[in-house]
Design a protein around this ligand. Structure first.
Ligand SMILES: O=C(O)CCC(=O)C(=O)O
Ligand SMILES: [Fe+2]
Length: 353
C-alpha cells in the first residue's frame, strides 16, 4: 500500500470535509463551440458574457466542445492509470526531490497537513527555467533548468502526455484570450507573459481512504498561477467554495469536459474583479479517483501587478508588484515540508491590509 494512514493526514476539525456538499446550483457549464466556427462574432459576444459571469461569480466553470480530441484525453488517462499501477519501487525511480521538483511524489502537504494522494508532475516546455528551491542550487542568478523525468513504463507514457500537454496548452491560450476579452482588453494582451512559461501538468491519484471524514485528497487552497484546466474522472470529489455564501459545492463530473478556474494571478491582474476560488478534494473509502490538472503559469521573470488599463481614480491598484518565479517557488517549498510560518499567499502583497 502506498499511503498508510497516520496523524499527519488528519485535518483540524474545522477543515474536515463536512457538512455534506450539494451539487445543485453548481458551477456553470460553458459551450466553447463558437470558438471553432469561422464566423461567430455574435456567438463570441455571448460566450464572452458567459465567461465573464462565471469568472466573477464563481472563479470556476466547466467547458464542453473545447477542441481537445477525446482520443488525446483517453490516452492521457491510460498513461496515468498505467503509471500508478506500477509497483511502488518503480514509481519511486522517478521520485522528485527539492533539487528537481518534477516526477513522482506521495508526501505532499497543503497548508502543513498531508494530502491523501500521489502525484506525477511534468513540465510542459523543456527546459523550464525556475528559481532554485535549494539555497545552494542553481547558477549565479539562482536559476535552474528543469527537465522531465520519464518513467520507462508504461509503454507510450511520454508520447501520450506530450500530446496531451500540447492540446491542453492550445486550449489554455484560447481561454486566456477569452478572459482578456471579458476584461475589455485586447485578446492577446496577456500572451507575452507566457513566453518561457513555467506551466506544468500533474497526474493525481487519490486511493480509497480508510478515514475520509478526517483527511482530504488536497486540503483547501487556491491555485497560485493564471489558469487551471482540469480533467476529472466520473468519481467526483472536487469541492469549490461558493463565493456568494461560502458553502462548499461539489463539482459534478460532466463527460468530455474540462474544469477551468482562475488562479491567484488573475485575481491580481484584474485587481480583485475575479477571485481565485478556494477548493479542496474530498476522498472516499470505496473508490480511487484520478484527475489531471494543467497549471498555466507565466515565465519566472514576469512581474505581477494589477493591469494599468483597468485602473483609474475609482479603482486604484490593490497589490504591490511581485515576481512570479519567487512566489511560485516559495509556495512549492511549503508543499514539501512543514514550515513554521504561514504559506505565502497573494494577500501578503495586498496594500492597506
Ligand atoms: O483533483 C482535483 O480535482 C483538483 C486538484 C487540485 O485542486 C490541485 O491539484 O491543485
Ligand atoms: Fe487546486
Amino acid at each position: 500500500m502506498t499511503l498508510v494512514f497516520e496523524p499527519a493526514f488528519v485535518q483540524a476539525p474545522e477543515h474536515r470535509p463536512e457538512p455534506v456538499v450539494s451539487e445543485a446550483g453548481g458551477i456553470p457549464v460553458i459551450d466553447l463551440a463558437p470558438l471553432h466556427l469561422l464566423d461567430a462574432r455574435l456567438e463570441l459576444q455571448a460566450l464572452v458574457a458567459q465567461v465573464e459571469a462565471a469568472c466573477r461569480d464563481w472563479g470556476f466553470f466547466q467547458v464542453i466542445n473545447h477542441g481537445v480530441p477525446q482520443g488525446v484525453v483517453e490516452r492521457a488517462w491510460a498513461a496515468s492509470k498505467g503509471f500508478f499501477g506500477l509497483p511502488l519501487e518503480e514509481r519511486r525511480r522517478v521520485r522528485r526531490d527539492e533539487a528537481n521538483p518534477v516526477g513522482y511524489y506521495e508526501a505532499e502537504n497543503t497548508k502543513n497537513v498531508r494530502d491523501w494522494k500521489e502525484v506525477f508532475d511534468l513540465i510542459v516546455h523543456e527546459p523550464t527555467i525556475i528559481p532554485s528551491l535549494t539555497a545552494d542550487g542553481g547558477d549565479a542568478d539562482g536559476l535552474i533548468e528543469l527537465r522531465n523525468q520519464w518513467p520507462q513504463s508504461p509503454l507510450g507514457f511520454r508520447g501520450a502526455l506530450t500530446e496531451y500537454a500540447q492540446a491542453t496548452e492550445a486550449l489554455a491560450f484560447k481561454l486566456l484570450e477569452l478572459i482578456a476579452l471579458t476584461l475589455n482588453l485586447p485578446a492577446k494582451r496577456l500572451n507575452d507573459f507566457f513566453r518561457d512559461q513555467t506551466s506544468f501538468i500533474r497526474l493525481n491519484h487519490y486511493p480509497p481512504c480508510p478515514f475520509p471524514d478526517l483527511a482530504l485528497g488536497v486540503g483547501r487552497h487556491k491555485d497560485s498561477g493564471a489558469l487551471t484546466i482540469l480533467a476529472q474522472d466520473d468519481v467526483g470529489g472536487l469541492d469549490v467554495r461558493r463565493q456568494s455564501d461560502g458553502e462548499w459545492v461539489r463539482v459534478k463530473p460532466v463527460p468530455n469536459s474540462f474544469i477551468v478556474n482562475v488562479g491567484d494571478l488573475f485575481q491580481v491582474w484584474s485587481n480583485d474583479r475575479y477571485e481565485s476560488a478556494e477548493h479542496r478534494v474530498s476522498v472516499n473509502s470505496a473508490k480511487e479517483r484520478f484527475s489531471i490538472p494543467f497549471f498555466f503559469n507565466p515565465a519566472h521573470h514576469v512581474m505581477v501587478k494589477p493591469l494599468e488599463e483597468l485602473l483609474d481614480e475609482n479603482n486604484v491598484g490593490k497589490y504591490e508588484e511581485f515576481n512570479w518565479g519567487d512566489f511560485f517557488m516559495t509556495r512549492k517549498k511549503s508543499n514539501f515540508k512543514k514550515l513554521d510560518v504561514e504559506n505565502i499567499q497573494i494577500y501578503h502583497f495586498k496594500k492597506n491590509k
